[in-house]
Design a protein around this ligand. Structure first.
Ligand code: APR
Length: 188
């Protein structure tokens, strides 16, 4: 699997497409960042986005902290910034749940990340967005469970927001994509 822009699985009449590669390379209307509540960067996807997007993203995140989110972005919430030098002009930052830290509400908080990001994109009339596998890295959310939660939340959100024409799910490795494909609940 060498082609980063070859979609290996499609769902919901191809409104959802799975990819393997680097999220930061996808030229969609917005990519979604698996951030932390500080919005001031980190490792994983967050680190890659800030590294590739450049300082304009961090500057915009700092502005968010000084204005709308002085105490940080709550888990499940979303905030949008410039994409800086990224192929995508916008970044939708969201904070996924940390597995085992939310007294059993991890699934609903993870669903909020996907639902709120799609709603924000729709509000801005964006039609193509790309997600990483939120919370399945540092935040320890088991990938099979995350696949079921994310796919149901995405299907629900796409039923509400016809303006969204394409949701890309970008996995870092073929193995991670295979786990998602085996546990997704899109119905096909
Ligand atoms: N493109 C696509 N997927 C990626 C990339 C990338 N460039 N880098 C990492 N991933 C994958 C990981 O393999 C994992 O499957 O994204 C998924 C999410 O992993 P994390 O980035 O660790 O995000 P998360 O588990 O939500 O933890 C968030 O980690 O990086 C910090 O600042 C971030 O504190 C926050 C925490």
């Amino acid at each position: 699997m060498s082609d980063p822009f070859h979609s290996y699985h499609d769902y919901l009449d191809s409104r959802v497409r799975l990819f393997v590669g680097d999220l930061t390379e996808h030229a969609v209307d917005a990519i979604v960042n698996a951030a932390n509540s500080t919005l001031l960067g980190g490792g994983g996807v967050d680190g890659a986005i800030h590294r590739c997007g450049g300082p304009a993203i961090l500057e915009a995140c700092r502005h968010l902290r000084h204005t709308r989110w002085p105490d940080g972005l709550p888990t499940g919430q979303v905030a949008v910034t410039t994409g800086g030098r990224l192929a995508a002009p916008l970044v939708i930052h969201t904070v996924g749940p940390i597995w085992g830290q939310h007294h059993g509400s991890e699934a609903s908080l993870l669903a909020d990340c996907y639902r709120n990001a799609i709603a924000l994109a729709a509000d801005r009339c964006l039609s193509r967005i790309a997600f990483p596998a939120i919370s399945t890295g540092v935040y320890g959310y088991p990938a099979p469970e995350a696949a079921a939660v994310a796919s149901k939340a995405i299907a629900d959100a796409l039923a509400r927001h016809a303006v969204i024409k394409e949701v890309r799910l970008v996995f870092h490795t073929p193995e991670q994509m295979a786990i998602f494909a085996a546990h997704q609940q899109f119905g096909s």
